[in-house]
Ligand binder design. Structure first.
Ligand code: NAG
Ligand code: NAG
Ligand code: NAG
Ligand code: NAG
Ligand code: NAG
Length: 506
């Protein structure tokens, strides 16, 4: 294993510095018995040495590369400050911030027997709570409220609390669904400084929707179904403690919002329910998802276009399709995702671990991502970049345009894989992946046959990297195009023409 520590340097092939490299490799091998912190110190100082060395001779490792690594190792997004979440005792709604005005949906004639249509009661309660300062909209416990698709609109008075203790349930018949809301069930829009909290449940009653999905019944057309809980065009939102389950399609979407803190949320749906993503983040910035447990039939968390500054911390995922950036670039669209960190996660029996997926023909980029402290158990594709993603009934043609993927760090990731390719970097021929950085990755398969697959992917590893990711630095990696920010200089390799990788989830 210690020899893998030196893989960072294996791409440096100038004779002039062979002796220095040898020395560095020896030093690294010796230091590998110490803590990872020690390794890092060694590495950084040795990288410093390399800059000086190559500053003299020419070009390989630049200041900007070192900056890039340091930036990737250290960037962060502030987490939830637990003190800010209010705690209440019913009926005396008081906090240090002064008294609150309680609005119980039952006072607006909600019945809560799971059968009566409580939609109007919820809409009226919302109107009143929204326009009242310091209001708490309460969905009381031990009751079950049947509510149709509704957009709960802001702006409301700041500081509104939506306290969900009971269950809100959706009508279960797709045929009777209000066609005005094809993609939403409970949507909250244009809120500022609002808190959703409580031990309650948002239940999408999705079974009939799943049966009608084209993924379950091939003779059905592929069309979207509602998302159970959406926060749209909002800012300074907290969501704490809720359970969202059995959604028609996605469970919880954060769209066009900024500064959102989600903690202790549970998402639960059967592993074979189609397209039931857990938490979906789109066009949003400064979002933290913490201490949440997600079991579902699609991605536990998916982060898509125009999202930046996203942190996931303390995530349990499985069953599901893993934690994903993407998909991006569908139908030649532009997708941009930057500054994402996943820190501390446990994935069990998922189809993917940490994944970046893009369609052929897209544009834009995914840059500055760190996946760290992840434990995997029986995961099919623990580490995967898939630029040939094709979640469509028809095949997707290979195209020259693609979403550019660079500066992706995988650090302290360990566990077991059920497929041979524990790490798979399948990148676009014309827009290769660059600066894939692996540090202390250890993925094993019971029968021991584990390997890394690379296609048009460049990067390096330091610390333990198992299976070896030498293909990130080697020229048998079908590297067709050169990249300006490249540390390496590799010969252009002719691609076999039949090379065509298609990944499909259908
Ligand atoms: C809720 O949906 C049902 C059909 O599922 C419909 O009959 C009812 O009128 C709707 N309620 C409201 C308030 O729109
Ligand atoms: C699949 O969908 C078709 C067309 O809507 C329908 O006739 C058929 O009963 C469905 N099959 C199952 C197994 O639900
Ligand atoms: C991606 O986000 C940008 C910026 O918000 C937007 O202009 C563009 O339409 C989005 N693309 C897709 C496919 O949604
Ligand atoms: C995407 O672009 C390719 C190449 O220009 C074109 O052949 C294809 O029809 C486009 N696809 C869509 C969905 O616009
Ligand atoms: C590596 O990740 C595991 C799993 O999340 C964690 O328990 C462990 O503390 C991490 N090790 C270091 C050195 O951070």
């Amino acid at each position: 294993m210690p020899t893998k520590m030196a893989s960072l340097f294996s791409f440096i092939n100038s004779n002039l510095f062979l002796s220095i490299i040898a020395l560095i490799q020896i030093t690294l091998v010796i230091s590998s018995n110490n803590s990872t912190e020690m390794d890092k110190l060694f590495l950084l100082s040795l990288l410093g040495l390399l800059i000086i060395a190559y500053g003299v001779s020419g070009t390989f490792v630049s200041d900007s590369d070192i900056d890039m690594i340091e930036e990737l190792e250290s960037f962060d997004i502030e987490e939830e400050d637990d003190d800010v979440v209010y705690s209440y005792t019913v009926p005396a709604w008081r906090s240090e911030r002064g008294s609150k005005i309680l609005m119980n949906v039952d006072s607006f004639d909600a019945v809560g027997d799971g059968v009566t249509d409580d939609t109007m009661a919820f809409r009226k309660a919302w109107e009143t709570a929204c326009s009242t300062s310091k209001s708490v909209l309460l969905v009381p416990k031990e009751k079950r409220y049947l509510v149709n698709a509704t957009t709960f609109k802001g702006p409301c008075k700041d500081g509104m609390v939506i306290q969900i203790e009971g269950t809100i349930v959706a009508p279960d018949e797709p045929e009777l669904w209000d066609p005005k809301f094809p993609r939403q069930w409970l949507e909250f829009t244009k809120l500022n400084a609002a808190t959703f909290q409580g031990d309650g449940v948002i239940d999408g009653s999705g079974e009939k929707w799943w049966a009608e999905s084209c993924k379950k019944n091939k003779s059905r057309p592929c069309k979207g179904a509602p998302t159970a809980f959406t926060i749209d065009s909002s800012s300074n939102i907290r969501v704490k403690g809720l359970t969202i389950q059995n959604s028609q399609q996605m469970h919880f979407t954060i769209a066009r919002s900024e500064t959102v803190r989600i903690t202790e949320v549970r998402v639960s749906a059967p592993g074979d329910s189609p397209n039931t993503d857990g938490i979906h983040i789109t066009q949003s910035t400064n979002v933290v998802v913490q201490n949440s447990k997600i079991s579902t039939g699609d991605d536990c968390i998916s982060i898509v276009n125009a999202s930046s500054g996203i942190k996931m911390k303390g995530i349990s995922c499985g069953p599901g399709h893993g934690i994903s950036i993407g998909s991006l670039g569908k139908d030649n669209s532009t997708g941009i995702v930057t500054k994402v960190v996943l820190d501390t996660a446990f994935l069990r029996e998922t189809t993917n671990g940490v994944r970046i997926k893009t369609w052929q023909g897209g544009s834009g980029y995914v840059r500055s991502v760190r996946f760290e402290n992840v434990r995997m158990e029986d995961v099919e594709n623990p580490i995967i970049i898939d630029q040939f993603y094709c979640d469509s009934p028809t095949t997707c043609e290979t195209q020259t345009s693609a979403v550019k993927i660079s500066q992706i760090m995988y650090r302290n990731i360990s566990g077991t894989t059920t497929s041979k390719n524990a790490m798979k970097f399948a990148c676009s021929d014309s827009v290769p992946c660059s600066n894939i950085i692996l540090s202390n990755v250890n993925l094993e398969k019971t029968d021991g046959t584990v390997e890394t697959y690379c296609h048009a992917a460049q990067g390096f590893g330091y610390g333990i990297v198992h299976p070896s990711a030498d293909c990130l630095t080697s020229s048998d990696n079908n590297f067709a195009a050169s990249d300006q920010t490249q540390v390496l200089e590799l010969e252009t390799v002719q691609l076999p023409t039949e090379q065509h990788i298609v990944h499909t989830e259908l």
